[in-house]
Design a protein around this ligand. Structure first.
Ligand SMILES: Nc1nc2c(c(=O)[nH]1)N[C@H]1C(S)=C(S)[C@@H](COP(=O)(O)O)O[C@H]1N2
Ligand SMILES: [Mo]
Length: 493
């Protein structure tokens, strides 16, 4: 597809002789005069100065100023879509001199995703470069612990190749100065601690928001969530070992994490969490080297990732390269200009990312995984069985899941499962430390004569928070925090 589009772009260039021809040098020059932003793509020259302010990916676009878009779009393959090319075409101002085109082609790096690991074919792929895939709903609730191969994968960049023998974890901001740890240090110096925790992407169920009005982001269904056991060193043990104490605590407010995955300019994926969460004994934050009893898989952060139970997926930094104890939040794009919530009335022209806090603890969430949207329920069975999951952020336990077959007019209480053994219910988690989801199930008699059912679920957490009934009032331009009652329509035949 990309190839075909490329051909078309090239053809239209030759048919538009009226456009001026620029050299690479001229394009670069235009990007420095009056702060204009010119770029090239497949032989055409674009003046995108006015587009910069409304670019969904923020200032990142400035990195391409004066040069070719290709290496960036190879990294952020979400751009390879017709509507993106349509937008770009509006800004076309000329064509690039053929000689410079050739030079560019030769300079373009090979596919940075060629070393990504193989993935399970059952994953529903949202984007392949970077790889983003979710667990199909019906598989999601088949086991309390999500098998690693089927666990959703959310990558912003190519998966970095890390040699465990050469792996070094840097630690900054402590009295000891900069410390460097090997994988062996991490495993041998600190007790191994295991936590069962659910990880959910801020964009889980974004597709429900897209149905109301288009949002920017991967079109996740209900499967950008999973539950795993994670083992590793406690972050607080590591910080204390290297001198964290009241003196540091008096000043520092955040702990920043940097990944080893980098964009074309060498900028890593990064995020931060509040210091209090990082060092609290009840916080259970791990520098995890195992997932479900095995080495972390490549997609999930091999050899070490941070697991921050109860906190949005984005802060659970994978392929961890650096930890910084700091007075400030991470300066990264993902901490500052993404993963924040806004009013439904805020659009890309008015949004001010500085005005909203970074998402940390997630609100209460639940979804129906069975039956699936549009499926048919057998009338002769006289009853219908529904399955799903429920989870809340910040260690708040899900205490109840309500289910309706009639769009929310009448309600039934589902049975909750919170352990591997399928005990209903298993032993309760310590208060404030309910990191893992609950699966739920319920069998309800079919209403007389119904031909269609609107199945609904909603969960209540230990703070008696519940989910909003509709999407519109929580719609936001980035499509995060999509937690309205989950509704699934099925036919009865
Ligand atoms: N280094 C790094 N860490 C990262 C990411 C990333 O792209 N790079 N993605 C984040 C996001 S947005 C999510 S939702 C989770 C997903 O974790 P998973 O792929 O193990 O499911 O990882 C987070 N940590
Ligand atoms: Mo995410």
């Amino acid at each position: 597809m990309d190839f075909i589009r490329g051909e078309q772009a090239a053809t239209s260039v030759t048919r538009a002789p009226s456009l001026p021809v620029y050299t690479q040098e001229e394009v670069t020059k235009h990007s420095s005069i009056d702060n204009g932003v010119w770029v090239t793509y497949k032989g055409s020259v674009y003046d995108i100065t006015e587009f910069v302010a409304i670019h969904p990916g923020g200032d990142k676009i400035l990195l391409a100023a004066g040069g070719a878009l290709e290496p960036f779009w190879a990294l952020y393959a979400v751009h390879g879509q017709d509507h993106v090319l349509d937008i770009l075409s509006e800004y076309k101002v000329g064509i690039l001199q053929p000689e410079d085109c050739k030079k560019q082609e030769m300079a373009n790096p090979a596919d940075p995703y060629s070393t990504d690991p193989p993935r399970h074919p059952a994953l529903v792929v949202n984007s392949s470069k970077p790889f983003n895939g979710e667990t199909p709903p019906s598989l999601l609730t088949d086991s309390y612990i999500t098998p690693s191969a089927l666990f959703f994968k959310r990558n912003h960049l190519p998966v970095p190749q890390v040699d465990p023998a050469k792996y070094k974890l840097q630690l900054e901001g402590l009295p000891e100065g900069t410390v460097s740890l090997t994988l062996d240090d991490l495993k041998s110096r600190f007790p191994k601690h295991t936590v069962t925790a659910t990880l959910q992407c801020a964009g889980n169920r974004r597709s429900d928001m897209n149905k109301i009005k288009q949002v920017k982001g991967l079109n996740w269904g209900v499967g950008a969530i999973g539950n795993a056991t994670w083992s590793g060193a406690r972050l607080r043990d590591v910080l204390s070992f290297y001198g964290f104490g009241p003196e540091v605590a008096a000043k520092a407010r955040h702990v920043q994490f940097e990944g080893l995955d980098q964009d074309t300019t060498g900028t890593p994926y990064a995020a931060s969490i509040p210091l209090s969460k990082a060092v609290s004994e009840e916080g259970d934050v791990l520098l995890a080297y195992e997932m479900n009893g095995e080495d972390l898989p490549a997609d999930h952060g091999y050899p070490v990732r941070v697991v921050v139970p109860g906190i949005v997926g984005a802060r659970n930094v994978k392929w961890l390269g650096k930890i910084v104890v700091s007075e400030e939040e991470s300066k990264s794009h993902w901490q500052q200009n993404d993963y924040k919530g806004f009013s439904p009335g805020t659009d890309w022209d008015t949004v001010d990312f500085k005005s909203a806090p970074a998402i940390q603890e997630l609100p209460v969430q639940s979804a129906i995984t069975w039956p699936e949207e549009g499926s048919t329920v057998d009338h002769s069975m006289k009853e219908v069985t529904l399955k799903g999951y429920a989870w809340s952020g910040g260690g708040r336990e899900v205490v109840r899941v309500d289910v309706s077959l009639d769009g929310g007019k009448t309600w039934h209480v589902a049975e909750l499962q919170n352990s591997e053994t399928g005990q209903k219910p298993g032993p309760p988690p310590p208060p404030g430390r309910a990191w893992a989801w609950k699966l739920w199930e319920i069998t309800i008699p079919l209403p007389e004569g119904a031909q269609e059912l609107e199945l609904v679920c909603k969960a209540v957490d230990s703070s008696y928070n519940s989910q909003p009934d509709t999407v519109s009032p929580i719609w936001n331009l980035r499509g995060v925090l999509s937690t309205a009652w989950h509704r699934v329509k099925v036919k009865v035949e």
